[in-house]
Design a protein around this ligand. Structure first.
Ligand SMILES: C[S@@+](CC[C@H](N)C(=O)[O-])C[C@H]1O[C@@H](n2cnc3c(N)ncnc32)[C@H](O)[C@@H]1O
Length: 275
């Protein structure tokens, strides 16, 4: 049987000789929500007079090309930083990635744009979240974007570490593509335990895949609420070109204002209520 060639995830951008990611069109929707949130929260940021940060612990290389098209888009950290710079720049930007190359290329691209001061942490988010959280000022306004490829790269300890800061809004990419297909295998292999510790006490592993996915998601939202967060029930569903669900974007904030902001910007297309 012929073996399927593994799809390349990166290529070199001839403009700057750095790596860029190859992505689906839906990335633009994700970045649009991120951009809107940075924009709508600018007045809140202004009140902090530069005492504000953006944190992107899965930053990628800072630039991407939409597969099968010539369209080049900036990566999430560049999107957030350049949007903020239009009205109320972040005082500092913290980036992290498990890939040293991605991290370095993202840092270089942010530096090319001369955006806010950048602090880079190489490593798994589980470790970098703790390191970043130790550096952050408890009196500052923080906004983190967590954008892993899969829930397996998002242990709950990442959210716990960030949640130690009193003013920390977090926009989370909850990846459902692999989850929906493999949830039973993930459950059996113990791979959900880090993502949603204690799920076994609340979720019936005999549920059908779609119901099991929702039950794990509800349980995980409950864990976040226990950290003192409002979890917006306006979960943004992002679908692929064949309308297959790819991921949900979840905004969590300790302030009702964060939730109101998200309500305003997330309802551009009608979304099913999940919670
Ligand atoms: C979806 S890409 C990020 C894309 C980027 N946020 C954007 O929108 O431009 C996921 C990134 O997470 C990194 N990664 C994978 N596992 C990780 C982990 N456990 N901790 C931190 N980064 C991880 C990958 O190297 C990759 O760069």
């Amino acid at each position: 049987m012929p073996t399927k060639r593994k799809e390349e995830r990166y290529e070199i951008d001839l403009d700057d000789g750095l790596r860029r990611e190859l992505v689906g069109t839906w990335v633009q929707e994700k970045h649009q929500r991120l951009r809107y949130y940075v924009d709508i929260s600018r007045a809140a940021r202004r009140k902090f007079h530069g005492n504000s940060t953006f944190i992107d612990l899965y930053c990628g290389p800072g630039r991407a090309r939409i597969k099968d098209t010539p369209v080049i888009v900036p990566g999430s950290a560049v999107v957030a930083a350049s949007e903020a710079a239009r009205h109320a720049a972040f005082g500092k930007i913290y980036i992290g990635d498990i890939s040293a190359t991605n991290l370095d290329h993202c840092r270089q691209r942010l530096e090319q744009e001369r955006l806010s001061p950048i602090i880079a942490f190489e490593g798994a988010a589980e470790v970098t979240a703790q390191a970043v959280s130790r550096e952050l000022s408890p009196s500052a306004l923080h906004f983190a974007f967590l954008d892993p490829y899969s829930v397996q790269a998002l242990p709950f300890t990442v959210i716990e570490a960030l949640a130690e800061l009193p003013k920390m809004d977090i926009l989370i990419h909850f990846s459902i593509m692999d989850m929906q297909r493999n949830i039973k295998a993930l459950m059996k292999a113990g791979k959900l335990d880090q993502f949603a510790p204690g799920w076994r006490d609340q979720v019936d592993p005999a549920l059908r895949n779609a119901s099991a996915l929702l039950a794990v998601f509800h349980y995980w939202c409950g864990l976040i609420r226990n950290l003192g967060y409002y979890v917006s029930d306006n979960v943004e569903r992002v679908s692929g070109t064949h309308n297959q669900p790819l991921y949900w974007l979840v905004l969590v904030s300790k302030d009702k204002l964060g939730e109101r902001f998200w309500d305003k910007i997330s309802n551009v297309t009608p979304q099913p209520r999940l919670l």
